[in-house]
Design a protein around this ligand. Structure first.
Ligand code: N01
Length: 567
């Protein structure tokens, strides 16, 4: 699995520093250390690998991507040597997988655990990134790769009175390793996104009572999880190349294709049959029933109405059903959750729904949650309130670039990147699955493999050509931001005002549509094209003049052959 090249040392403690030991940090370490022969160190705040999976240990935490595609495909051996047990892996199984990868590739010896980065500064004179840690260390490297994840900065809402609460409270994204015992407890859960929808059915199984505080009702489709058969596992081994090719050839990086047909190509009866079948198949495949669901409002309404009718069918209490089905945004214009018994949970005697849009939370009291209409007494509050997504973890690193400009200032009006990979003014800093890349709209390992391989090739190219710095140009960044906006506006996604894709879940965060909706396939083609043109849109310095510069307005058109829309 390794093809080590002769190391070329640069001045600095390391050739490259990687922050984060999740999927992306692990693979990036393997590529830079074992393929390019670089001297690399990973800094990781946790005491083990796993990234977002390390922290998200909440009840019911499970991957929404199908297990056989939620893994690395760069190595046939890794695929052959690992077996998933269920269609969707639970958090502990993902953790076992990432530990297996780290051990199999002997990665842990170059990961410094329990090390949180507190400051990151570009030293222009030395052309080095100087990184300080909370433990007081200072390390430097020519390249800095932020592999900090896009859903890892927990968002605990600023609800008055939280400090007075006499019970326990937890955020799902910072769940205690020892677990939480809900037995006999009155639990309040705030938040009904993908996480809350996974957590509520599991919490309800042991809690004395569960109150779900819902602000925005949400769609969900049954995951239809099941154990994987021996035949399926063998099929994966035999067909790994085809599976990998499919994930690379589909806009969301999943191992299934989106139907070619449009919603109104078929009769009402046939459409209903298709949705019924997709509901039975389950999971994110439902979204692939028709190709125009995310670009045509009327088409989308057919899926939305189908799911709402299912909610009303499942939930017995008509008021609760109405509150759950009163969904105000197009289906999948926010990240579409999938579930195991979410709506059924509201048929339990020990579960209630509180509609906090109609009856807002006023404050948290010593005893529980006070809404407009009364007080809910609780022993435990669970915040399933999401993340400061895509930018939170990057900004938390205290990054300061050329001329003393902080990333915080550079992004004061919202994140601006070139390809989601680099920010002008921050030479030799690469961001992984950053804003402006498909990122959260894609099956993550597929997006990560592409980023890591592109960055590795780019650094190899720089070393071959003796180039000291790479930096996105402001012009290419402007064009890319415009392209990201244009792609988003051709879909229904930016039309949801309360979406975390827009940063709307964090008070004061600039409203900018962050992920690239053009699709992973198209994005990959654009990145390949940029590289083939000598890294067009990036400025090189300190080496032979090899860069071929961008070519006007059609820079991203080369990838038009890849069918749009991407989402
Ligand atoms: O977070 P969310 P999440 N008062 O932001 C509510 C990924 N993921 O952790 O919609 C009251 O989606 C908020 O209400 P509203 C996946 O990409 C992946 O669930 O803002 N409520 C919403 O209901 C996902 O999209 C997997 O009105 C408040 C909820 O909290 C992403 O993580 C599994 C509130 C937050 O929903 C984030 O999902 C799970 C307040 N002040 C998650 N603030 C996998 O499959 C927020 N809310 C790998």
């Amino acid at each position: 699995m390794t093809t080590a090249a002769a190391p070329k040392t640069v001045q600095g403690d390391f050739d490259a520093l990687i922050v984060g030991a999740g999927f992306s940090g692990l693979y990036q370490l393997h590529c830079l250390r074992d393929r390019l022969g670089m001297n690399v160190r990973v800094l990781e705040a946790a005491d083990g690998v796993g990234g977002t999976w390390y922290w998200n240990r909440y009840p019911g935490a499970r991957c929404d991507s199908e297990s056989h595609s939620y893994c690395f495909y760069f190595s046939d051996e890794l695929v052959d040597e690992w077996e998933w047990s269920e269609r969707y892996p639970q958090q502990p199984e993902v953790m076992r997988y990432l530990n297996f990868v780290a051990d199999r590739l002997d990665l842990k010896r170059d990961i410094q655990f329990e090390t949180r980065v507190s400051g990151t500064r570009y030293d222009e004179a030395a052309n080095l990134w100087r990184v300080s840690t909370e433990g007081g260390e200072e390390v430097s490297a020519r390249f800095l790769i932020a592999a900090v994840g896009c859903l890892s900065s927990a968002n605990v809402p600023d609800i008055p009175g939280l400090e007075s609460f006499q019970g326990e409270w937890y955020h799902t994204g910072q769940w205690p390793h020892a677990g939480v015992d809900f037995t006999g407890k009155r639990v309040g859960q705030i938040g009904t996104g993908s996480t809350g929808i996974q957590a509520a059915p599991v919490i309800a199984e042991t809690a004395r009572h569960l109150t779900v505080f819902q602000r925005t009702p949400n769609y969900s489709v049954p995951a239809q999880n099941k154990p994987l058969t021996a035949e399926f596992k063998e099929w994966v081994r035999q067909n790994k190349r085809e599976i990998r090719d499919t994930t690379r050839d589909t806009p969301n990086g999943h191992p299934f294709r989106i139907a070619e047909r449009k919603a109104f190509d078929v009769s009402d009866e046939e459409r209903r049959r298709i949705y019924e079948e997709a509901w039975e198949v389950g999971g994110l495949r439902f979204r692939g029933s028709f190709q125009d669901l995310l670009v045509d409002k009327a088409a989308n309404e057919t899926a939305a109405n189908f799911i709402k009718s299912k909610i009303r069918e499942i939930v017995k209490d008509p008021d609760t059903a109405a509150a759950l089905a009163d969904i105000d945004h197009p289906y999948a214009a926010k990240r579409p959750p999938i579930d195991t018994g979410y709506f059924e949970t509201f048929n339990r005697d020990n579960v209630d729904l509180v509609n906090i849009r109609a009856n807002p939370i006023e404050r948290i009291t010593p005893k529980g949650v006070k809404t407009l209409d009364g007080e809910y007494e609780l022993d435990i509050i669970v915040f399933a309130t999401g993340f400061d997504a895509m930018t939170g973890s990057l900004l938390r690193m205290g990054i300061v670039g050329r001329g003393g400009q902080s990333l915080h200032d550079a992004w004061s009006a919202g994140p601006r990147t070139y390809l989601g990979l680099q920010v002008p003014g921050f030479p030799n800093l690469f961001t992984m699955t950053g804003p402006g890349s498909p990122s959260v709209l894609c099956n993550m390992p597929v997006a990560i493999e592409q980023h890591v391989e592109w960055i590795t090739d780019c650094i190899a190219y720089m070393r071959t050509h003796d180039i000291a710095t790479i930096e996105a140009t402001p012009e290419a960044t402007e064009d890319w931001v415009a392209h990201v906006n244009e792609a988003a506006n051709s879909t229904l996604l930016p039309q949801v005002p309360h979406s975390w894709y827009l940063g709307a879940n964090v008070p004061g965060k600039p409203r900018v549509f962050m992920p690239y909706t053009g699709g992973m396939t198209r994005y990959r083609a654009i990145c390949d094209d940029v590289a083939a043109k000598g890294y067009a849109g990036f400025a090189f310095s300190g080496g032979a003049p090899v860069a071929v510069q961008p070519e006007g307005d059609d820079r991203f058109k080369a990838a038009e052959r890849v069918r749009s829309p991407g989402v």
